[in-house]
Design a protein around this ligand. Structure first.
Ligand code: CTP
Ligand code: CA
Length: 227
């Protein structure tokens, strides 16, 4: 098998990975967030570094150790993640956006802790910036851009929609209702959809093995772009 993890396929390449959830504050003690352990993104960062890449990992709030030889930047909100990513996007050869970014944030962020008052409470929310879509719009010709799509239904249709709308080279889709593909677990079940129309099914396996396969495809796509 040619998927040898110690092969330094990515020597001299810059890889940018995002991982984990974001937190959108409403006051100093409360926030909105998504389920995400960060494990998939951390596994990708770790494997990319072991393949010789110069890796920057932009992480939302997670409980994970920084992988060896990885530069880690911690962020909290979607906006902070956006700024950290945009600053480094142009120089990156491969970008993998595994983060579960909040789609909405509270319109008003209160400086003081809100006191409970009425029986009901509503919070007005506004859209956050779509980081991946922004990257797709300004993608340099030699860059490989990879996104994720976590779906609970119509997985292929929604994943292909994201591939197209965000100008991605590949989207890694999972059905979150499948056992073994959930958040916080060490395994995943993914289908990779590539821009060229090909589709790769990755049956239940460790996030480490998934990471290796995603990166091998990323290298292939990178080579295709530079010939
Ligand atoms: N993403 C992003 N910035 C956002 C929202 C999503 O960069 N504000 C990225 C995620 O990191 C992921 C991809 O877009 O790589 C798809 O995220 P997902 O939540 O599955 O799709 P959305 O485009 O947000 O659409 P929806 O949540 O409505 O399915
Ligand atoms: Ca979303």
């Amino acid at each position: 098998q040619f998927f040898l993890e110690d092969d330094r396929f990515l020597e001299g390449k810059k890889v940018l990975v995002t991982a984990g959830p974001t937190r959108e504050a409403v006051d100093p003690v409360r926030y909105f967030t998504n389920h995400s352990s960060g494990k998939m993104g951390f596994a990708i960062a770790e494997q990319a570094a072991s393949m010789g890449a110069e890796v920057t990992l932009i992480a939302g709030p997670v409980n994970l150790e920084t992988p060896p030889d990885v530069e880690r930047i911690d962020v909290s909100s979607a906006h902070e993640m956006y700024e950290a990513v945009i600053k480094r996007s142009a120089e990156s050869d491969i970008i993998v956006k595994a983060a579960a970014v909040a789609d909405y944030r509270p319109k008003t962020v209160y400086g003081q802790k809100l006191k409970k008052q009425n029986e009901e409470w509503s919070v007005e929310m506004e859209r956050t910036i779509d980081i991946l879509k922004t990257l797709g719009k300004r993608k340099p010709s030699g860059q490989v851009l990879i996104g994720f799509a976590a779906e609970s239904e119509r997985v292929e249709e929604f994943a292909l929609g994201k591939l197209e709308k965000k100008n991605l080279d590949m989207v890694c889709a999972n059905n979150i209702t499948q056992e073994g593909a959930g958040f916080s677990v060490d395994s995943n079940i993914l289908t990779l959809y590539k821009k060229d129309g090909s589709k790769i099914e990755l049956p239940l396996q460790s996030k480490k093995d998934v990471a290796i396969k995603i990166l091998h495809d990323a290298v292939k796509m990178l080579k295709e772009k530079t010939v």
